[in-house]
Design a protein around this ligand. Structure first.
Ligand SMILES: [Zn+2]
Length: 189
């Protein structure tokens, strides 16, 4: 409680200090200007006025134009490559999955669903909670698939690690949970 009170007093103090300053001399051009001619960062006014900062930024850009543009281009290229790789991974997984289980859906919505499901799980295995990687990630049926049945909707799918998938195999959720509890109790006994 006292911490919060202290904090409020502290921030108020800074704010009143800032409000106290009505005019300030720019350390670049030396002109005394109103306080709102200066940018504020972390409750402090910058030493140079906005005009001087703008001029400096323009001069810097003109001087290093090639370098800046090149770095922007490489950064954009990196993002593109990353996105392309990601797209390819989910598309590939969806395609393989569709063929393997004779899914009658289109690849693209399935790939999109798998990508969104990955994000919903925050990139972690639904069974073990371990971090998923493209090399260890597998698609798991929440309700086990029966061989004769073709389940057309993909809301039954989630991402698991290889180990998690092997462990669960084709058990029902409740049966699997009970097995884990039994194993755990047996180990710590
Ligand atoms: Zn200035």
């Amino acid at each position: 409680m006292s911490k919060i009170v202290n904090n409020i007093i502290y921030t108020n103090k800074i704010k009143t200090n800032m409000q106290d300053i009505k005019q300030k001399r720019c350390s670049k051009c030396g002109i005394i200007k109103d306080a709102d001619c200066f940018r504020e960062i972390n409750n402090k006014y910058r030493a140079n006025c906005k005009d001087c900062e703008r001029l400096y930024a323009i001069a810097y850009y003109r001087k290093n134009e090639d370098k800046i543009l090149a770095s922007m281009r490489t950064a954009g290229e990196k993002v593109k490559v990353k996105k392309r790789k990601r797209k390819r991974f989910f598309y590939y997984k969806a395609m393989r999955f569709r063929i393997h289980y004779n899914f009658k859906t289109d690849i693209l919505p399935l790939a999109k669903y798998l990508w969104n499901q990955w994000r919903r799980q925050k990139g972690c295995c639904a069974i073990t909670g371990r971090i998923l990687t493209p090399s260890n990630a597998q698609i798991d049926h929440i309700i086990p698939r029966k061989r004769e049945l073709v389940i057309n909707d993909f809301y039954n799918l989630r991402w698991v690690t290889k180990e998690g998938n092997k462990l669960k195999s084709n058990m029902e959720e409740d049966v699997f949970k009970q097995l884990i509890i039994d194993v755990y109790n047996n180990i710590i006994r």
